[in-house]
Ligand binder design. Structure first.
Ligand SMILES: [Zn+2]
Length: 200
């Protein structure tokens, strides 16, 4: 666990490498679909760099509106995307996630080939912490986390912000970029650097 200095709040996040995980561990209690649940429980949105799974009980608009990418208005390339108001909440969410990922790559100057990540947005912290507890056999109430073995960022809707997403997505970019992962502290520093400089 790490404590991250963000502009307004302290964010508790974690980066995890799950090479130790064995898939048979997912037999119970989440049924045949594993901790990720039944495919019917999720609305799936594809962006250029991410597959975003949103709990079907959440309004997509409520997720989209929590993410502020107004920093993109100052980028000559992103500006047009940012200004495009005529799209659905799903399209807007995909666009916002892509803007954050492109910015994170730019800040890190890391551009892993064929980068693609999964993001799961849960209805509540409790639902996500249940998944964490099931996977790691201990309960940690983080605001979000990333598991490299699953290429997935986990986050409940109540903690969705551009800063927290940028931090976790940075972990994904970093872990994908390095063939041999640097030490945990270095990866954490790099991820923190991204959310601190997201709006520069
Ligand atoms: Zn982190």
């Amino acid at each position: 666990m790490v404590r991250v200095r963000a502009p307004l709040i302290y964010i508790f996040v974690i980066s995890l490498s799950l090479l130790l995980l064995s898939l048979p561990a997912f037999a119970q209690p989440f049924g045949v679909y594993g901790p990720e649940g039944n495919v019917e429980d999720w609305v799936v949105i594809e962006s250029s760099y991410a597959t975003i799974f949103v709990d079907k009980d959440i309004r997509i608009k409520d997720v989209t509106e929590r993410i502020d990418v107004s920093f993109a208005r100052y980028d000559p390339i992103e500006k047009q995307l940012f200004l495009d108001k005529g799209t659905s909440p799903e399209e807007k969410l995909a666009t916002k996630i892509d803007i954050i990922i492109r910015k994170a790559k730019k800040i890190l100057d890391m551009h892993p080939h064929d980068f693609h990540v999964k993001i799961r947005v849960y209805g509540s912290g409790d639902e996500m912490w249940d998944i964490y507890e099931y996977i790691f056999k201990e309960r940690r109430e983080y605001k979000a986390f990333y598991i490299h073995g699953f290429d997935t960022v986990y986050i409940p809707v109540e903690y969705v912000t551009e800063s927290i997403l940028a931090h976790e997505l940075a972990h994904s970019i970093i872990d994908t970029y390095f063939k041999t992962l640097p030490p945990e502290k270095i990866r954490e520093l790099l991820a923190c650097y991204v959310d601190v400089h997201l709006k520069d």
